[in-house]
Every structure is written in structure tokens, then in C-alpha cells.
Design a protein around this ligand. Structure first.
Ligand code: ZN
Length: 169
């Protein structure tokens, strides 16, 4: 396994529509393993192949419910809405509010080439939608209703943290 370089916003590969994977080969399995290692190393909850420079339809996610890899993922069903804060390993230091479906059913192939059908809600549903967007060249900042730099949040949060520390004494 290897940690791959994460492509940053501005890299054209992030704006390409990724190609379907015709067959889950040893090369695709290696890609999945490398993406897994890269995601964990970067403390991310998801990664799409274009983010490591590979314009093919492969995603990995782990929102704390276990590792999941999907090849050629397709959203079969969406329901409800949720609005929450999102970030992206390809746009470091930037956060934004994004509206997503609250519940999704996603189908695809696993790393052994077997059909998978995943039902997800909440944060996991958000992560899947974010990663599948990457396969179509879409970044979360395209959809965000509000975007800000993490530093500006720090400035707002610092006094609150200071107040909490005082209360704990
Ligand atoms: Zn992303």
C-alpha cells in the first residue's frame, strides 16, 4: 500500500467526469487499498479516485461505521434533506454549509467485484453524496450556500473556548 498525493482544487482532474470501471481488477484493488491508506493518513472520512489523480469511478468512505469501497457507485434513491458543515481534503481549510439528501440508497461493486447495495442516512449519506459528486467533477463549494475559511471560525470560537475554560475552574 502507498499513500498517494491528494490533488488540490485547481487541478483539472478534479473537474473531469470520471470513467466507469469495466472490471474490478488487481489494479483497481490496489487503487482502493492506496486510497484507503491515503484517506486514513489525511484523517478524512472519504476519498474519490480523482482526488488522487485517477479519473475512474471509485470511492472510499469511513464515517466511523467501518470502511466501505464502492466501484461505479450510483445513487438509486434519495429522500429528505439535511444541511450541515462539509469540508474536502482537496480544499484544505475551507468549510461550508451544503444541503444534501438525508437518506440515500447507493449501489455499486465492492473491491471483490460483487454487487453491493448500501442504505445510509445522516453523515454517512452526506459522505457518499460528496464522494460521488467528485466522480462527476463537482466540488462541495459548487453546492455550498455559505463557505468560509477555518481560521475565521477559530476567531469566533476562541472566546467561547476561553469562557468554557474559566467555567471549568
Ligand atoms: Zn471532497
Amino acid at each position: 500500500m502507498a499513500v498517494l498525493r491528494i490533488r488540490l482544487e485547481g487541478d483539472p482532474v478534479l473537474r473531469q467526469v470520471a470513467k466507469p470501471v469495466p472490471r474490478v481488477t488487481r489494479r483497481i484493488r490496489k487503487l482502493i487499498h492506496d486510497m484507503k491508506e491515503t484517506m486514513y493518513k489525511a484523517n478524512g472520512v472519504g476519498l474519490a479516485a480523482p482526488q488522487v489523480g485517477v479519473s475512474e469511478r471509485v470511492i472510499v468512505v469511513d464515517t466511523g461505521e467501518g470502511f466501505l469501497a464502492l466501484v461505479n457507485p450510483v445513487i438509486e434513491y434519495m429522500e429528505g434533506t439535511q444541511v450541515d458543515v462539509e469540508g474536502c481534503l482537496s480544499i484544505p481549510g475551507v468549510l461550508g454549509y451544503v444541503e444534501r439528501a438525508d437518506r440515500v440508497v447507493v449501489s455499486g461493486l465492492d473491491e471483490d467485484g460483487r454487487s453491493r447495495r448500501v442504505e445510509a442516512r445522516g453523515f454517512m449519506a452526506r459522505a457518499l453524496q460528496h464522494e460521488i459528486d467528485h466522480l462527476d467533477g463537482i466540488l462541495f463549494t459548487d453546492k455550498a450556500t455559505m463557505v468560509w475559511r477555518e481560521e475565521s471560525v477559530d476567531r469566533v470560537e476562541r472566546p467561547v473556548e476561553a469562557a468554557e475554560r474559566l467555567e471549568q475552574r
